[in-house]
Design a protein around this ligand. Structure first.
Ligand code: FMN
Length: 478
């Protein structure tokens, strides 16, 4: 349990400003909120001639609730319906969809195959219909699909058993996740095949009517692991050019076989050393001597410090590849969740926050701001806003108004208060009782084999039979 000040206790703009100062973080916000379609958050964005109706983006959020053959369930469909009702005009991927079975993060993750294409199309249609049911036009709604292979964190057959597909032996993560030194790494020809699977999945996404695919490069999954594969030999490791060959080949394949699709990339723009629980339960970095070249976007001499030099190179490459859509995230939920999804209460299997979660939020938002300032031609979506709770709209409005981000991405907040964008743009009072307070039950649930959802605040999950199971589990884990 941490003793950082609760955001809900910061009632006035002066309270919030003075807390930002006390916490010593760099974060800006607007004191007055504006509403309506002319407001900074309500205004459209032009992406290559396509008008995206406002500046809210729903971030990908999986629920561990698909069928074993990779199709959506009623629960998945409910989530996508709510994404549509949210009022946000950019849907970044819906949720991670594995391009093949061995790349699933859990046996209930959605999967692309010829058998699931119609079901994924249906999810998209449900989302659009729900949007229109709120009397919102879908002409300015952009919906993409996130494609992934879970790599080191694959659990395709059993929720509790990792079946890692790795690119290289990692000095810390192998030990942390019990990967033996003789565990086989994916070979270059196997990677070539996997690229083919991504391209097939993209073609199916196009057939299912999605406007873009996200070629996921974040959170420790396979796409992200390429970026830190500095010690891998062969065509896909070592130099920056080799570590980004995966992306370049994916893009070439998608452009060839699904020419109508736009391409986006969700990127962990920086990473840190993995963390573990210290004696007092607070997170501490894992021990590492010498240079650490495995945290993309951090300093090799001090891997607890952001260094965006390679991230800039990655953006140069995106620019060369004519990819404009980029969503900024950081780190990984498996080994440093506090930099990826800042929370007052981290998931049951994690440590207590090693820093004020506001510092994590500021790092993500300012990092995205730095990238946007350097690459104004890119359409930059930010993440990590949920912890801001009551002050999320004020911070979001500032960064969009100042041109330091194009879209405010919403993750956990949408599970709790899905139509916050609708309320805000329409000038309705913020429903503070529905604001996510970052209890992390949406992550603790699935880490213990349950479905994900907002158990504390969404009445549907509050009353779900698994809510009781979760309560018991949390008692046992204390
Ligand atoms: C339950 C849960 C599921 C998530 N699933 C995905 C996913 O499928 N793909 C992805 O890129 N990020 C995923 N994320 C990360 C979120 O998209 C987002 O980056 C993170 O929650 C931080 O944003 P927030 O502060 O608005 O919650 C997930 C997060 C949570 C809590």
């Amino acid at each position: 349990m941490s003793n950082y000040k609760r955001i809900a206790s910061l009632k006035t703009a002066d309270d919030f400003a003075s807390y930002i100062e006390t916490a010593g973080v760099k974060l800006q916000f607007d004191r007055e909120l504006q509403h309506g379609t002319d407001s900074p958050l309500g205004r459209p964005y032009q992406l290559d001639g396509f008008k995206i109706g406002n500046r809210f983006c729903i971030l990908p959020m999986e629920g561990w609730d698909g069928t074993e053959d990779g199709k959506p369930s009623e629960l998945t469909t409910r989530r996508w319906r709510r994404f549509g009702e949210s009022g946000a005009k950019l849907i970044w991927g819906g949720e991670a969809v594995a391009v093949r079975h061995d790349g699933r993060a859990n046996p209930n993750q959605l999967m692309s195959s010829d058998d699931t294409t119609v079901d994924l199309e249906n999810l998209r249609k449900v989302l659009i219909a729900a949007h229109e049911d709120r009397s919102l036009s879908s002409d300015d709604l952009l919906v993409g699909l996130q494609l992934t292979h879970s790599g080191r964190f694959a659990r395709p057959n059993d929720k509790k058993r990792l079946e890692p597909r790795i690119l290289y032996h990692h000095p810390i993560l192998d030990r942390k996740f019990n990967i033996s030194p003789d565990h086989a790494c994916l070979t270059d020809p196997e990677i070539d095949d996997l690229i083919g699977d991504f391209v097939k999945a993209a073609a199916r996404a196009e057939a299912a009517g999605f406007a873009f695919v996200d070629l996921k490069h974040c959170h420790g999954y396979l796409g992200h692991e390429f970026l830190s594969a500095t010690t891998r030999e062969g065509r896909y490791g070592g130099s920056f050019e080799n570590r980004t060959r995966f992306l370049r080949e994916l893009v070439a394949g998608v452009r060839r076989d699904a020419p109508g699709l736009m391409i986006g990339v969700r990127l962990s723009a920086f990473d840190f050393l993995p963390f573990k629980m210290g004696d007092d339960r607070r997170g501490v970095p894992e021990h590492h001597d010498g240079l650490y070249p495995h945290a993309f976007g951090s300093d090799v001499e001090d891997p607890l410090k952001v260094n965006l030099n390679e991230t800039f190179q990655f953006f140069d490459l995106l620019d060369e590849l004519k990819i404009k859509l980029v969503c900024i995230s950081a780190g990984s939920p498996y080994y440093n969740p506090h930099i990826q999804r800042p929370a007052l209460f981290l998931p049951s299997d994690a440590y207590d926050p090693p820093e004020d979660p506001l510092a994590g939020v500021a790092r993500l938002i300012e990092g995205a701001g730095e990238l946007k300032a350097r690459y104004p031609q890119m359409c930059v979506v930010g993440s990590g806003y949920t912890y801001l709770q009551d002050w999320l709209p004020n911070v979001g409005q500032y960064y969009v108004r100042a041109g330091r981000v194009d879209f405010v991405g919403l993750g956990r907040m949408v599970l709790a208060y899905h139509d916050l964008p609708f309320d805000l743009i329409n000038g309705s009072r913020l429903q503070t009782k529905r604001l996510c307070r970052t209890f992390s039950d949406c992550t603790t649930g699935p880490r213990n084999g349950l479905i994900s959802g907002c158990y504390p605040l969404d009445p549907f999950y509050k009353e779900h039979p698994q809510a009781e199971q979760l309560k018991t589990l949390k008692q046992q884990l204390k």
